[in-house]
Design a protein around this ligand. Structure first.
Ligand code: GDP
Ligand code: GDP
Length: 454
């Protein structure tokens, strides 16, 4: 096997990637059995790469899509690249050469329990010449005691060894931050594919029916579209035709394959949720309405709101809900969703398909709110009236004046109020409420920032 027949990985004559839009690429190198695949699984937060105890096991894919803090990058696992040149050292050195030429940063994995071997040194010799950033990972640091073993890897001359346990996840969040630091920015056009399908995350705690809904949507609606003119489609996303519009459901690979994790479930679930939300514009939060609304449901909703994404709450399993339970849910929503009284709520049954057609209109409403811009003139004439009728409360003998407002951004709508003094939280909430009443923002969070001018 070689890089060239690695499937979805292409090189042109200059050794650069051939891709419509170039996503930053991280190559993982290291000798067999140091834990490269295990680490790749950590990084991509999916259990896709096969991990086996046999050194040098051939793997069918070499390139994966990763997402962290809203940024996409490609991970190339050189584990699938089998040594066939004379001897392991020559082979891994060549592997490191390729990695340097074809990626934006190279991550080299060393087994900290074993320490630096001659093969590791052969790799390091190549990488020391690299003009691209190199990240040295000391793997299998499963506990605090092993940290000193990691420190010995300084002598590879590749800078600070970064201690992780790919197996247990130790240090993996910090490592991902370091990777993002070393990679070039993801090109803007990946995020703002003008005219491209709108990006939707399907989230919710386990067993609420996410896979069932995705299957329903892709099964019953004019098939999954495989390619949309002018856009590159990430294999981890699903394009779905709903109500005469193509939508991009992000990071659905795990849902499609109905991957159920045994260990570390919570970790994977929350990583997927955060990742999906950040790469989406709007999130459908699925809730099992046959059960009481839980803290976990609320947590997912908060994640969406805190990420500044539009939200549609879909109360699923409506087929299991009777009149009495319906009343109960309404009460629970009123009591527990105080933060998001503006969220769009729909009742659906992923199993029977009942009311699933309500989803597209609800998504459109939420996105229209999320995109909305209020002209400054209109905003200020409304503000003038509200403030005249309800001036901000006096504080310390002084009445703050609200001088001027402007919408600084959309997606989500973000307003800036210029004032002559501090505005209490209660008054800011009052203004948000009135702003929503006047202009509508159903399904979208809005932000109000106050700037005090002395
Ligand atoms: P690769 O050949 O470099 O891709 O290595 P693998 O990912 O296949 O891992 C080789 C072996 O090391 C497997 O048995 C893994 O379970 C184990 N392993 C990987 N990471 C760790 C770790 O952080 N700690 C421990 N104790 N074992 C690990
Ligand atoms: P996920 O973990 O969120 O992807 O949930 P699944 O799609 O795997 O669904 C979990 C369980 O709920 C499965 O047994 C589904 O058949 C069931 N389920 C999903 N949607 C509905 C629904 O609308 N009504 C009923 N009665 N069961 C459902």
């Amino acid at each position: 096997a070689s890089w060239e027949d690695g499937g979805d990985y292409e090189l042109d004559a200059t050794g650069e990637h051939v891709e419509a839009v170039r996503v930053p690429t991280l190559a993982i190198v290291g000798r067999p059995n140091v834990g490269k695949s295990t680490l790749v699984n950590r990084i991509i937060a999916r259990r896709e790469a096969v991990v086996q105890d046999i050194p040098g096991v051939t793997r069918d894919r070499v390139s994966y899509d990763a997402l962290w803090r809203g940024r996409r990058f490609t991970v190339v696992d050189t584990g699938g690249w089998e040594p066939k040149v004379d001897g392991l050292q020559a082979a891994v050195a060549l592997q490191a050469e390729y990695a340097m030429k074809t990626s934006d940063a190279v991550l080299v994995v060393v087994d900290a329990m074993v320490g630096a071997t001659e093969t590791d040194e052969a790799i390091a010799r190549v990488l020391r010449r690299s003009k691209k950033p190199v990240i040295l990972v000391a793997n299998k640091v499963d506990d605090e005691r092993a940290v000193s073993d990691a420190a010995q890897l300084w002598n590879l001359g590749l800078g600070e060894p970064f201690a992780v346990s790919a197996l247990h996840g130790r240090g993996s969040g910090d490592l991902l931050d370091i990777i993002l630091d070393k990679l070039p920015e993801t090109p803007e056009e990946i995020w703002d594919a003008v005219g491209g399908p709108r990006r939707v995350a399907l989230v919710g705690k386990p067993n609420v029916g996410k896979s069932s809904l995705l299957n329903k949507l892709t099964g019953e609606n004019r098939a999954v579209v495989d390619s949309v003119a002018g856009t590159t489609v990430d294999p981890v996303d699903s394009l779905v035709d709903l109500d005469n519009e193509v939508w991009r459901f992000v990071d659905t690979a795990g849902l499609r394959k109905r991957v159920k994790f045994s260990g570390g479930m919570e970790y994977y679930a929350s990583l997927r949720t955060q990742g999906a939300i950040e790469s989406a514009e709007v999130a459908v939060v699925l809730v099992d309405s046959s059960e009481p609304l839980s803290e976990q449901d609320q947590r997912v909703i908060s994640m969406v709101v805190d990420s500044g994404r539009a939200v549609v709450i879909a109360l699923n399993k409506a087929d299991l809900v009777d009149e009495e339970r319906r009343d109960q849910i309404d009460k629970e929503l009123e009591r527990d969703l105080v933060r998001v009284p503006w969220a769009a709520v729909i009742n659906i049954s992923a199993m029977t398909g009942s009311r699933v057609h309500r989803l597209a209109p609800a998504l459109r409403t939420a996105l229209a709110s999320w995109d909305k811009r209020i002209p400054t003139g209109q905003l200020n004439s409304w503000l003038g009236e509200v403030i005249a009728a309800n001036p901000p409360p006096v504080r310390g003998g002084r009445q703050p004046r609200v001088l001027f407002a402007t919408q600084a951004a959309n997606r989500p709508p973000t307003f800036v109020l210029f004032t002559s003094g501090f505005l209490e939280a209660g008054y800011r909430r009052f203004l948000e409420r009135r702003l929503r009443e006047e202009f509508g923002f159903e399904g979208s969070p809005i932000r109000i920032n106050v700037r005090v001018r002395e």
